[in-house]
Every structure is written in C-alpha cells, then in structure tokens.
Design a protein around this ligand. Structure first.
Ligand code: FES
Ligand SMILES: [Fe+2]
Length: 353
C-alpha cells in the first residue's frame, strides 16, 4: 500500500481531547486553535466548562483579547457581551429605543464534556453546533469511574500533521532505533507476535501475559501483569497493565491544532497505593521518551516537504494502514450517512523490534 503524504484532512463529527481539566480554572479562559479553528475555552465561576468561537462577529477581534467576568465574555473593541453558549447578550452602543434582534450576532459554540479529568470537545462538520450521534461515546479509560483524575499528565507539541503523530506513536518497529535510552532497551531486535482484533472505531491488541522477566519480583505488584492496548479514532490509545491486584492505564491522545502542529497528551491512571513513588522517575522518563518520538517526526517534516509517496509494508505497518483506512471509512460513512463498517479484521501480526 502507498499513501500520498499530501492527502491530509481532519476528521469531523467526532470528540477530540481539548485539554486536561485542571488547566482550565474557574473564572478563566484559554484560547486554543483546534483543527485550524480559533476556540475560546472557559470555565464559569460555578465550574461549568464551555467553548465558543474565538472571533467577535462584529469586527472579528478575537474574544480572547477581551475579558471574562466568570459569567460572560466581553469583546475588547466595542464591548459586545456573549454568554457561555455564544449567545449575544448586549451591544453597549445601542440606545434604549434602538431595538435589535441580538440572536443574529450569536457566536458559534462547541459541545464540551468532562470525563476522568479531561475536557473533550465535539468538532462538528460545521460550527452550527450539530449534536453528536448518540453512538459516539466520549473516550474513557476502562476500569475507572468518570470522576477519577489522572495520577500524572504530560503534554508535548509535535511539529506535524495529526496523521504522522498517530502513526509515529503506534508504530511497532521504531523502538530499537528511536528509543535508545539506557533505561529503556538495547539495539537488539527480537521477534514480536501479537493478535489484533477489531474494536469500536479502531482495534485492540489482544490481552496477553507480559514476559516473565522480573521472576519472583512480581509478588510486589500482585502477580505477572497482563497487557492490552486499545486504539480508536480520532487518535486515542489506552494501554492497560493489570495484575490481580492493581491496574495502571496510560491514556495517550492527539489533538490537531493546525496542519503542522499536534498536541500529544500522555496521562496515567492507576490504583497502586504506592504509585506516587513512581512519579519522580516518570517525570524524567516521559519527556525523554516522548521527545524521541517528537524529534524523529520533526526530521520527517524535512522529507515531507517534497510531497513523497509513503510506503506501508507488512506486518509492521499494518496498524498504520488500519489507521488510514479507519479514518477514511469514518469520513465516508459520515458523508453517506450510513453505519461505520470497520476495515479491521482479526489478525496475527509478526515483526522484529
Ligand atoms: S469587534 Fe467585538 S464588539 Fe466590535
Ligand atoms: Fe515511540
């Protein structure tokens, strides 16, 4: 399979990770571009998150240049005020006897939801706030309640289009070359054999026992761990490591900001009572690890400028191929207003890594 690097599009009508909830404080706003759209995120004084287009409908001044009083946003140019749903509330220049239908000047608003310490935004086809299809759930980390907070969060900006960040993060063959830290692994390649199954809007690396390298050390964590990885659109990956006693899950999400910038957010959830002891080491290891992925994608940008054809080989690029197929099918099924049909088939994949 070949893939033209310039065939770039963003998926619409789907939930994207906007930011970790704790970044958005009550009474504050954060301006952020997502899928090339300027968006103003805010949280009311009562704690309700919201998102509206960061563009005043009067003269296009970003609303983020204005002010927020914990209830509504005021533009800095002529003081028009807008509520958290984008409703135009006031035009100060109007005289008392100058009536005007203010709803003509409403700002588009986006649906947002908070789950497990993250803010998700539904990016509809157009900003006329279409409702998400009920079948499309907000991503959730399996085995944890909705009000749980991640034990750790780390975010890194990748200088690339979303597809290259996703493919780079899921790529099973790059580790011996990209992740050459002393603490991670050597350069020796070993055979990997894993089963993959289709799962909603993505695929799952079948749950399996992890290699028995710690020997008797496993009593510390309650037995030999099992590992399962789930991936789904638009770019959400959960990796579960579980023993009879404990559960640790890494949630990785990608958020496209523009055609050449993508945020990668790496979070951990666990029920390990001594998990806090892991944090100092992880604060050091995660940036180094993710930084290696980012750096190689930055090198790739140099080559992509020449609009090359990219080649996908078996079996180590099957996951990348599935990603492109899933994405294309999602878009087609939306356009044709029909059920999504997964292109993924149960398969054993074998590669050296
Ligand atoms: S530009 Fe915003 S009120 Fe005039
Ligand atoms: Fe990597």
């Amino acid at each position: 399979m070949v893939f033209a690097a310039d065939n770039q599009f963003f998926l619409r009508n789907i939930w994207y990770h906007a930011m970790p909830s704790r970044e958005l404080k009550p009474g504050k706003t954060i301006a952020k571009t997502l899928l090339n759209e300027p968006i103003l995120f805010g949280r009311t004084a009562q704690g309700e998150p919201f998102a509206i287009k960061d563009l005043c409908p009067h003269r296009a001044v970003p609303l983020s240049c204005g002010s927020f009083n914990g209830a509504d946003v005021q533009c800095c140019y002529h003081g028009w005020r807008f509520g958290p749903t984008g409703k135009c509330l006031e035009i100060p220049s109007l005289m008392a006897d100058q009536q005007m239908e203010l709803s003509r000047f409403d700002v588009p608003h986006y649906q947002v939801q908070e789950v497990q310490g993250n803010l998700w935004i539904y990016m509809a086809e157009s900003t006329t706030t279409a409702a998400p299809p009920p079948a499309l759930e907000i991503p959730r980390v399996p085995g944890f309640a909705d009000d749980v907070q991640p034990a750790m969060t780390y975010r890194m900006r990748f200088p690339c289009f979303i597809d290259h960040a996703v493919v780079g993060l899921m790529d099973p063959a790059h580790s011996p070359f990209v992740h050459r830290s002393w603490w991670w692994r050597g350069t020796q390649l070993n055979p990997e054999i894993k089963w993959f199954d289709p799962s909603p809007y993505g695929f799952t690396m079948r749950r399996h026992q992890m290699p028995d390298t710690m020997g008797r050390g496993y009593w510390l964590i309650g037995g030999v761990p099992q590992n399962e990885i789930i991936f789904y659109l638009p770019g959400v990956r959960t990796e579960e490591i579980t023993t009879a006693k404990y559960r640790a899950v890494n949630l990785t999400t990608v958020t496209p900001l523009s055609d050449d910038e993508t945020d990668v957010t790496f979070e951990f959830y666990w029920n390990i009572p001594w998990g806090f002891l892991l944090k100092p080491a992880m604060r050091y290891l995660i940036p180094e690890f993710l930084g290696q992925d980012r750096d190689v994608v930055a090198h790739q940008q140099v080559g992509l400028k020449h609009e090359p054809i990219l080649r996908l080989i078996k079996d180590s690029d099957v996951l990348a191929r599935w990603y492109y197929q899933l994405k294309a099918e999602y878009q087609r099924s939306q356009q044709e207003q029909r059920e999504f049909v997964s292109p993924v088939k149960t398969q054993q994949l074998r590669w050296m890594a």
